[in-house]
Design a protein around this ligand. Structure first.
Ligand code: ZN
Length: 475
């Protein structure tokens, strides 16, 4: 009775995470889907072949969905899956469920808004759109949220006939997990592990990724599989230096495009520490993202998931994300007022890859001024506005306007939520390579996937495969 594994996303690319496991049960196929993420950036440039429109499988035939974490490239198509007929349980950690509730509502809003915008533009040009509906709407979110069931870290949970789920902390974002399934297959038990996105071994808000039990079959992410992050300087000092250079010395604005979940809280935590130490200059800091504000509230509510040393700080500072000068901007009117602001300030806004959200308005307004700077703090998928700026583009197109890039583009690696290649090897050190019968590398681009394969080969791992989208493997 073979078990099959098929990647329907994040195969040879960094977005759209979706991996399907098929097992035979009582004369039929039982299907477990791991993640249901959205493709982003370059992967959806060709509107006629938008991979988000077609799962590559029948949603009504999926029995159970297991999420690794709340990032949209891992959870963003859940409402569409449910709208297309999936009605099984959706397993997630409690924090992932809470984050999905706000992320998916926000994503539905973006889908509706973008679709209306595309429609209007097409009509103006006398054209029609290939698809007359958004990917999903706000109405699709509540039915999806009703299907969520939660499992904490290291709690064995039966999720299907002869299939047990165990989550371990992946240290990537709040609630993030590696997914471990024990799958009965006749006389044997196949121990299957999916890393999800792996976090880092640096001193931050969240704990390090946890080691996990020996796997027979391993699916590992590869985002930074061919490179190491810069050695971690004191993040506080590096961030402070940028603030002093841009805002105090240069009198400019420092724009920090950041994922609403994870990155924004990490940066606020650093700024809060600087403030507590009396090192933070008195300049306004705006957190201009309703989603980031909600995510910050959820982080406060799940403070038990913080690193131990961080939890200890709560005794003297009960709110690690708020300090004098910070303003949380929910209202769109207030966000627009920031455009007219002449004084130096810091604006933290989503999205991290600069593809959506309020940050695009700020970039349109501020990129032409050489006094300003953009501080990139995370991974930007190829083809995104963030990637173009990091590649040194001298002008970019935002909302149909061509904007010259005169602001400085800075980068800080500390806040990368993804392990680099050294950290991925460290993460997999809990495994005996000879016992891993099959290793799949996903969630990377060609050079990172190949780089990690070569590196893991030198560590003794064999039978390493880089799956293509839709390719079936019998385990
Ligand atoms: Zn992620």
């Amino acid at each position: 009775m073979p078990i099959s594994f098929i990647s329907h996303g994040a195969a040879g690319t960094v977005t759209g995470s979706k991996h399907l496991i098929e097992v035979e049960r009582d004369g039929r196929i039982f299907r477990v889907l791991l993640d249901c993420g959205m493709f982003q950036g370059e992967a959806v440039r060709d509107a006629d072949r938008d991979p988000n429109r077609s799962f590559g499988f029948d949603a009504t035939k999926i029995d159970v969905l297991v999420l690794s974490h709340a990032h949209i490239d891992h959870s963003g198509l859940v409402p569409r899956l449910v709208a297309q007929g999936f009605n099984g349980p959706i397993w997630a950690t409690p924090a992932t469920r809470d984050l999905c509730a706000i992320m998916l509502a926000d994503s539905a809003h973006i889908q509706e808004y973008d679709h209306a915008y595309d429609l209007k533009r097409a009509r103006k040009r006398g054209r029609t759109l290939e698809f007359d509906e958004p990917l999903y709407t706000k109405d699709d979110v509540a039915p999806a949220l009703e299907l969520f069931q939660t499992a904490g870290y290291e709690k064995a949970t039966l999720i299907g006939p002869g299939i047990t789920l165990n989550y371990t902390d992946a240290g990537h974002i709040l609630g993030s997990a590696a997914v471990h399934l024990d799958i009965e297959d006749g006389d044997r038990i196949v121990r299957f592990s999916f890393t999800g996105d792996v976090g880092r071994y640096v001193d931050r808000l969240l704990p390090e990724p946890m080691p996990f039990r020996q796997a027979d079959v391993l699916v590992c992410e590869s985002t930074y599989g061919d490179r190491d992050h810069q050695p971690v300087k004191e993040a506080e000092d590096e961030l402070l230096q940028h603030v002093l250079d841009v805002c105090v010395k240069g009198g400019g604005k420092l724009l920090i495009p950041a994922f609403s979940i994870g990155k924004t809280q990490e940066i606020l935590y650093t700024l809060n520490s600087l403030s507590n130490e009396g090192r933070m200059p008195r300049i306004p800091v705006f957190v201009d993202s309703p989603l980031a504000i909600s995510a910050t509230e959820i982080s406060r509510a799940h403070s038990t998931l913080f690193r131990e040393a961080v939890r200890a700080e709560l005794a003297s500072d009960p709110d690690l994300f708020t300090f004098p000068g910070v303003e949380f901007v929910r209202a769109a009117d207030r966000s627009k007022q920031l455009n007219g602001l002449k004084e130096p300030c810091i604006i933290i806004s989503a999205s991290g890859m600069m593809e959506a959200g309020r940050i695009r308005h700020h970039l349109r307004n501020e990129l032409a001024d050489p006094a300003n700077a953009v501080l990139a703090v995370g991974f930007c998928a190829p083809g995104t506005l963030g990637a173009k700026l990091l590649d040194g583009a001298t002008e970019v197109n935002i909302f149909g306007d061509v904007i010259p890039v005169r602001a400085r583009i800075l980068r800080m690696e500390f806040y990368s939520a993804h392990a680099d290649r050294g950290e991925l090897v460290r993460y997999l050190a809990c495994q005996k390579p000879a016992h891993v019968k099959r290793l799949f590398l996903v969630h990377g681009v060609d050079h990172s996937l190949n780089g990690l394969r070569d590196l893991l080969t030198t560590k003794g791992f064999t039978n390493i495969t880089i799956p293509e989208r839709g390719q079936r493997f019998v385990l």
